[in-house]
Write a protein that binds this ligand. Sequence first.
Ligand SMILES: *Cc1c(COP(=O)(O)O)cnc(C)c1O
Length: 408
Amino acid sequence: MPPFLPYGRQSVDEADIAAVAAVLRGDWLTQGPAVAGFERALAGRVGAAEAVACANGTAALRLAYTALGIGPGDAVVVPSNTFLATASAARHAGAEVAFADVDPDSGLMGVAEAEAAIARARHAGWRVRALAPVHYAGQTAPMAGLGALARAEGLAVVEDASHAIGSVDLAADLAADGETPVGACRHGTLTVFSFHPVKTIAAGEGGAVTGNDPALMARVRRLCNHGMMRDPGPGEGFADPEAALDGAGAPNPWYYEMAEPGFNHRLSDIHAALVLSQLGRLDRFVERRRALIGRYAARLAPLAPLVRPPAVVPWCRPAWHLCAARIDFAAAGRTRAAVMTALRGLGIGTQVHYIPVHRQPYWRRRYGDLDLPGALAHYAHTLSLPLFPAMADDDVDRVADALERVLA
Ligand SMILES: *Cc1c(COP(=O)(O)O)cnc(C)c1O
């Protein structure tokens, strides 16, 4: 039998290994030149003024919400089709989560779904502060419309781009230069990334926040490191300049101030070296993922209408993170569990992205049973098929053939 195909897998090469080994031989295991180098490279790659690297995508979300001053009494609009963390991080900040429905085919939150969630949140008496669109599977949420909605309502936008490093927003409405990489925050306030091994580039554990507002990014950076300030950020000064500054007006080397309690959400140099090395291959990874999705589209076409490839939206050029196929399990007369088990027996791993977050026991206890039919419909038909850069073209054929057999 050919080797097992997981639904996702990192691609680590000898250059990655050498980069990590070089850190281990050097002077800095954390917060050294690899972290700083990665932050510069990431900001440059996505076209943001600044990037702050952090421990994981969940930490990035928490830093973003907290830096925006989101807390008790506030609400964040989160699509129900996402990983737990988009919502949990808002709750940890003390905020309520206004779950939004999604398009059942693309799994993305649109403007109408966000508007409905805002209305529900206001009805509940919450002060809506931010939209947190999720670029599910690597396709962008409709950012032109969501950005306009946020501006009209006075909301921040935190893009959860855990799936979407390398994706490009075609931003048809923006005459200027047309195309915007995800992370540039053209329509949003902050963007967060995850570098978990199943995502497009891997740190092991890692994340980042990108943005363009210097004061906001200074706050993200400070919160990431205990709320400590050694150098005043833009537009700030030390509260106690007499203690902070030496005779020449420079900060004393031992001095730090805490204006608010922060976290230790730092990234280590060991992880940063790996993800910096991986970032250099991002274009190749993205190109390979696109080619594999193209082959899936062709090879799954004959299985319609039982199986349909991922729904494609027109406003982006995605760096596909998932191949979220749509399968009519009822029409096939098979449960999803039976299909997944049969595929596993043929050496093929699959996964489900996602159980709608609003259905989790914690959120049901808190908010009762919300009516989000798009999220339930998406959940009912979604199955993530293997997708990672080291896959061969005939691996796609193998998956399509196996699906045909299992569903026959
Ligand atoms: C992976 C993921 C996260 C969390 O990232 P971690 O690095 O695992 O903490 C958040 N949101 C989405 C959509 C994700 O896929």
